[in-house]
Design a protein around this ligand. Sequence first.
Ligand code: SF4
Ligand code: SF4
Length: 165
Amino acid sequence: MREALFYFQRLREFFEPVLIPLWQRDTYLRKKVEELAFALEKSKKAFLEKGSFAFCAACAKKGIRCCGEGLEWKLSQEEFFLNLYLFHLENKIFSFPKNSDRDCLFLGERGCVLKLTPLFCRNFFCRELSEFLGPANLIFLQNSLEEEVTLTFELCEYLKKQFNL
Ligand code: SF4
Ligand code: SF4
């Protein structure tokens, strides 16, 4: 089994016994995760409107590998826990996609399976994508990430304190 899968599977084992009880007793956490979900929806809408997702999807169809092996390590353990909570918020269960060892662990058939991707990925605009978007749209999209970045930081710090990470 690849090391990253083993690592993140071990983290997922904390979900039922540790993360769920915290979720049930902690109204602050639930409120903040809901705010994060809302902020993610807003930035997703901005990326859709500006054509960024469609551009990348067309690129992926041409076989260009953007989400390669190793990028899964850009996701911190707290961000992974936030993903589990974001799935839980929608009454869904996170599962690891089946893919090649040459792909990022989180790359599914229809793109990234995470709800909260690492900041590195959210803020990655290759030269072609930057040229397609143009400077004004690029700044607009980067600004659209601000709210989720702030909330993610606050929540990660909060989880670290809760679990002495
Ligand atoms: S960021 Fe660039 S290389 Fe990656 S999928 Fe988008 S267009 Fe392609
Ligand atoms: S966007 Fe998702 S699948 Fe792509 S590299 Fe980042 S975490 Fe991996």
